[in-house]
Write a protein that binds this ligand. Sequence first.
Ligand SMILES: N[C@@H](CCC(=O)N[C@@H](CS)C(=O)NCC(=O)O)C(=O)O
Length: 165
Amino acid sequence: MVLKLYSSLFFGPGGHAGVVALVLAEKQVPFEDIPVNAEVYKHKDAEHLERQPFGQIPVLDDNGFILYETRAICRYIVEKYSEKGPSLLPGPSFEERALFEQAISVEIINFQGAVVPIFVASLKKKRRGLAMDVAAVEAGVEILVQRLEVYEKILSRQKFVAGDE
Ligand SMILES: N[C@@H](CCC(=O)N[C@@H](CS)C(=O)NCC(=O)O)C(=O)O
């Protein structure tokens, strides 16, 4: 049975489900996209909470095996379909793996941690017909710019955040 990915364009194509879709595409694993209408809070209804108790997107359903949390889903896909597409996990050395874990933590905390508050104060409000919180957006952008300057520094020395591979 083909994998099912519960997603929602309400959060934009660059949302967490987009990351999973990108990994599935890289690994050349076919999947069925199941849109959840977040505009009318379908991600908070009993049916979705059964899959994702925090009421968030994305969720993967692999023949009844339900998995949430974007990075856990990505790792699952990459390891389960190791023979398909390019290898997306570093290694074999402990150091390469550790740098990969470091990059993932940086992405969750420093990148997502800065981007999500901007989204919540701007596009998310707009899509709900509310006024944008300009002060929060400006404060968020300031933090994001500082973080991206660090990314620039890292990427001036190596090809990718986790190294050169
Ligand atoms: N830690 C979760 C975060 C997922 C997340 O924040 N998804 C957003 C959409 S991109 C969402 O569902 N937001 C609604 C909410 O948090 O109530 C993951 O990595 O999958």
